[in-house]
Ligand binder design. Structure first.
Ligand code: ZN
Length: 403
């Protein structure tokens, strides 16, 4: 029987907080040149100093992923602890975004919650196990990835090139609850085509703004009410948001063009093909009723080869869920809740495209992510760190035959 306290103490809670603070001090926000290179190098050197096997991948030029591995003896399951190293920009933060200040039981700065806090907990977990000298049966992998806040090229690279593990934990801020699923997310662009004329002769033109209004009304009346029938027991109803509308040139011209941008979030009970087909069907119906109606819908990122952002779902009986439950409850003293995460995450890519069963579990609350006073509570960092250590040992050393 392993003495877990002994292993946990190999990386102290103060080391977790200090490491998280150091990571916040290294800017890695969207828009910086070589955005994640400095933080990736810091993490690489950290593992090197601990004599842990570590390497770079290069999904984008000068923007590396960092992969560290504790090799198991080959008899157990392998686990990936992963998180993104990029953050959103500081925007209007009230506190200094790069301070990494620790006060009143909280760690402050851009990325504290999303998700440098989790990265520190994961790096600490790998280091503690290495320092303890215990042998794991399966490999334990840490993956720090790039550009999740934009196009997720970091995780797409892992999907295509490995490492491939038996399960993955993505450390997005789930408030120490187990997020066993989330909605898929794609943006859809609808181009409504009319005909421009002078505002004094509107009957000569076709007003694309008026036609867009017709389409919006049809979507709200005929499509959105169907969402309730597609309610997923964990993930909930599908969602649709009209996020942007733009069209026309000036008030005295009949608008010849109008565009609508939709945010569509779907559950495993739908598919992206279904979503596009039902939008096309509404457009076809409107065309039949109105010979002047003309519109085209497409995926916003149709011209890139970005993987689809599908929903995440994991079987609640999966061994990684069992190990996580045990690990979290021995750290926080009660059973964690099983929830659906309210944002899309890289766990979707690992799960849908690499067939790595994945779950979201991390410190901090999503409402603090991207916020003006981003912070994470130190107690959550400590519990997440402990949970990662205990989960990794239980999962990688678990009895594979009894799964
Ligand atoms: Zn995030």
């Amino acid at each position: 029987m392993l003495n877990h306290r002994n292993i946990l103490d190999k990386f102290t809670e103060n080391e977790v907080y200090q490491l998280a603070s150091e990571l916040i001090k290294i800017p890695s926000y969207t828009g910086l040149a070589e955005q994640e290179k400095q933080i990736a190098t810091f993490i690489y050197n950290f593992f090197k100093n601990e004599n842990i096997q570590v390497e770079f991948q290069e999904p984008l030029e000068n923007r590396p992923n960092v992969i560290a591995t504790l090799k198991g003896n080959g008899n157990g399951r392998s686990l990936m602890l992963t998180g993104h190293m990029d953050t959103v920009p500081p925007y209007n933060m009230i506190n200094s975004p790069l301070s990494g200040d620790i006060s009143n039981g909280r760690l402050y700065g851009r990325g504290a919650c999303d998700m440098k806090g989790a990265l520190a907990c994961m790096i600490g977990a790998v280091t503690a196990i290495k320092r303890s000298g215990i042998a794991l049966d399966g490999d334990l992998v840490f993956a720090g990835v790039i550009n999740e806040e934009q196009k997720s090229e970091g995780t797409e690279y892992i999907v295509t090139n490995g490492p491939h593990t038996d399960a993955a934990i993505v450390g997005e801020p789930s408030g120490l609850q187990i997020a066993a699923g989330h909605r898929g997310l794609e943006w859809i662009e609808i181009d409504i085509i009319g005909k421009t004329t002078h505002g004094g002769t509107p009957h000569e033109g076709i007003n694309a703004i008026s036609k867009a209004a017709k389409l919006i009304t049809r979507i709200e009346n005929d499509l959105v009410p169907k969402f309730k029938e597609r309610r997923h027991p964990l993930i909930g109803d599908p969602l649709l948001n009209f996020g942007v509308i733009e069209g026309g040139d000036q008030p005295s011209s009949v608008a010849g063009r109008c565009k609508i941008f939709i945010d569509r979030r779907w559950t495993p009970l739908e598919s992206f093909d279904l979503i596009m087909n039902e939008l096309q069907a509404l457009i076809s119906d409107l065309k039949k009723e109105d010979k002047d109606f003309n519109a085209q819908a497409k995926r916003y990122f149709a011209d890139s080869n970005m993987m689809l952002h599908k929903p995440l779902e994991i079987n609640l009986d999966h061994p990684v869920i069992k190990s996580l439950k045990k690990g979290i409850s021995s750290s926080i003293g009660k059973d964690p809740e099983i929830i659906s995460f309210l944002a899309w995450t890289d766990a979707s890519l690992l799960s849908n495209y690499a067939q790595i069963p994945s779950v979201v579990f991390g410190p901090g609350n999503l409402k603090n992510a991207h916020s003006e006073d981003e912070f994470v509570e130190l107690t959550q960092l400590r519990s997440a760190y402990e949970s990662y250590v205990l989960t990794a040992i239980d999962f990688c050393n678990g009895d594979v035959k009894n799964d």
